[in-house]
Design a protein around this ligand. Structure first.
Ligand code: FES
Length: 322
């Protein structure tokens, strides 16, 4: 993403939609927003709170949950993360109506497969958001679908009442705080041939659906998933760029990608969650702590490539061949 691609938006409404989730409405400062397709996300650039000495900026990806047909405004929902590096805390505590933010144009790594005979959607917590942008088009196309929404009402569970009202039996809600669990294998078995399954939520949910699909012989091409968690904090380290000799300190709360971007080094990126493969960098020296889901085991073992959006140095120093 080039800096010039960024769009300035103003926050025009904020709603607390669950104990840990706030919804933000974003409208362009000038002109119009880009239309988007169901499942698209944007990257929001945020500054952290703190004194000027420790001010830091973060870029997190959030699914667009508004109706794609209505692109005069975008809506996103942000969960206050327990292990926030600062971005979700900033959104929850610093952003007010009238705050201006920079966002990327929408990109889509989680579009519905429209050729599917049926769509089965599994959402965990704030992972409901991309599916909110699926629903208008699924309904407009009269596509067959069912939504299984898992949450803890003491933390998440946003929009569950509205979804039940709108979708009726098409939406099953499971509130873990009330002891309700989704029997994933039961949901997946007996679906018509040609059904596609979509998962957005925590890693444990993604793993559970993928493992169940594997055991049931459902082809991987029928499983689509999006992890909403971005980079996690880690140990600080130093990165050296071999082509320029530049050295940068990567703070515990910053990703390697954010550190490179703050030095104005442009690395292509889409998901910022170790999934899309766009940000791959060659590594010349140093041990890598791989945290992505994109590289193969052999690529990880080679120690020659890494995904800087989520992965870090395993030691104190890393040399990138850029
Ligand atoms: S930006 Fe997608 S893997 Fe890094």
């Amino acid at each position: 993403m080039r800096i010039t691609d960024q769009i300035s938006v103003s926050v025009t409404a904020i709603k607390q939609v669950a104990p840990m989730i706030k919804e933000f409405t974003l409208e362009p400062v000038d002109g119009l927003l880009t239309p988007f397709s169901p499942g698209a996300h944007i990257v929001v650039e945020m500054g952290s709170s703190g004194s000027s000495a420790d001010k830091q900026s973060y870029r997190n990806a959030y699914s667009l949950m508004s109706n794609p047909m209505y692109s005069r405004q975008y809506r996103i929902a942000v969960r206050l993360q327990d292990d926030s590096r600062g971005g979700s805390v900033y959104m929850h505590q610093q952003v007010e109506v009238g705050t201006q933010l920079k966002i990327s144009p929408p990109a889509n790594l989680f579009a519905p497969e429209w050729m599917a005979k049926k769509h089965v959607l599994f959402a965990g917590g704030v992972g409901i958001t991309p599916f909110l942008s699926y629903l208008p088009e699924l309904q407009q196309r009269k596509a067959e679908f069912e939504l299984h929404y898992m949450f803890r009402s003491r933390q998440t569970g946003a929009y569950s009442a509205e979804l039940r009202d709108t979708l009726g039996t098409g939406c099953s809600c499971y509130d873990a705080d009330l002891g309700n669990r989704c029997d994933i294998a039961a949901v997946m078995s007996g679906q018509p041939l040609g059904t596609h399954f979509y998962i957005c939520g925590p890693e444990s949910l993604i793993d559970a659906v993928r493992t169940t699909a594997d055991a049931m012989g459902i082809p991987a091409s029928a499983i689509h998933w999006e992890a909403f968690a971005g980079a996690k904090p880690g140990q600080p380290f130093v990165v050296e760029l071999s082509q320029s000799g530049l050295e940068l300190a990567v703070a515990a709360n910053s990703s390697l990608l954010e550190t490179l971007e703050s030095a104005d080094i442009k690395i292509p990126n889409l998901c910022r969650a170790g999934v899309c493969g766009q940000c791959v960098c060659d590594v010349a020296e140093g041990e890598i702590e791989h945290r992505d889901s994109y590289l193969s085991d052999s690529e990880k073992q080679s120690g020659q490539v890494m995904m800087p959006c989520v992965s870090r140095a395993a030691g104190e120093r890393l040399v990138l061949d850029i």
